[in-house]
Design a binder for this molecule. Sequence first.
Ligand SMILES: Cc1ncc(COP(=O)(O)O)c(C=O)c1O
Length: 406
Amino acid sequence: MDGSIIHPGNRAPRQFVYPGPMRLSARLPPSFEPNALSARLSQLRSEGRPVLDLTGSNPTRCGFAYPEADLRAALSAPAVLGYDPDPQGSQIAREAIAAHHGHSLQAGELLLTASTSEGYGLLFKLLGDPGDDVLVPSPSYPLFDWLARLEGLHARPVPSYFHDRWHLDLGALEAAAGPRTRAIVVVNPNNPTGHFLSRAEWSALTDLCARLGLALLVDEVFADYALEPPADRLATALLDPDPPCPVLLLSGLSKVAALPQLKLGWIAVRGPGAAEGLEALAFLADQYLSVSAPVQAAAPTLLALAPGIRQQVQIRLRANLAALDATLTAHPHLSRLPVEGGWSVLLRRPAVDEDGACALRLLERTGVLVHPGSFFDLPGDGHLVLSLLTPEKTFRDGLGRIFPCL
Ligand SMILES: Cc1ncc(COP(=O)(O)O)c(C=O)c1O
């Protein structure tokens, strides 16, 4: 037997040498170094030091009582064994999602995705060419930068301003729009500010988009979590049945049912060109068919279970907000911003040091993790961001430890 043929070690000497490390796309970050806060957190955890985390946004780790038997049953129904892919997503799942939203939303106006993040990827591919940009009123969800950049687009922040409540700066948005701008991306209610668009803002924003030929992306993952909503809030973009610009609404089970692990998101398309947009989105989705058949089959049951889960979340958000308000009464130099909706609260503190340094200091001295406002592009150094999803005792204990240090 000739042992020289197959063994890779017996190859002829290599003639070509690949130059250096693997060449990576310029769309990626130049380094994957964690920031100072994450690095310190990992270090503390690796040393077994306990940390009170006031930033958690993963509902499956926050002590909610999920209807386990019903969830398991939904995910093991006979239908989960079949596979009849529809690039738009199964009719049965889309009908359940349309019914969840109401406002005459039709199954035909929806396309399913494996998450809201994937929805952004599809929409950026749909709307832009490399080098184009989208405008993002800031502060906002920090992932937009990367979601856009990975599709070859730039997410350009346009500061909103706070005056009693948050306001979009419509003049600044108009001034920022250039020849390569394709869309505006708003989060309603916003993460982390909790700002719901007012109805007047909606009408001005959709008019602006129509005038400038832009699409409007509206992320409504937190729309079911109104906490201190102003009377004129836009509860959902679906209240507008016939917007003057293309409106692409994103949502998903990760917040609607507090089930991020099931990986089901969706996009609703309305306004001019909706049918063509959906057809093109279905073409894009068809290249991946990334939404699992089991979660689509289970979607009607999951959405039927969602109100019970959301109710627990609502109770938690309100309890933590009340605990924060009670603690604040003893610390008049600290305050919080109104929480119109969502899962976060902005704590305001005297900006005596840089907010990242403050978060690091709190972690070192008190073992409590909070996020600096600058993680979300909040202006100045006077904001810390806390998650209202935090288990109540952890939240109270964490406040008790950090307040004396602020
Ligand atoms: C505003 C916003 N949009 C989207 C997402 C991501 O949702 P998904 O898990 O569906 O990708 C989050 C997650 O926190 C979010 O805050």
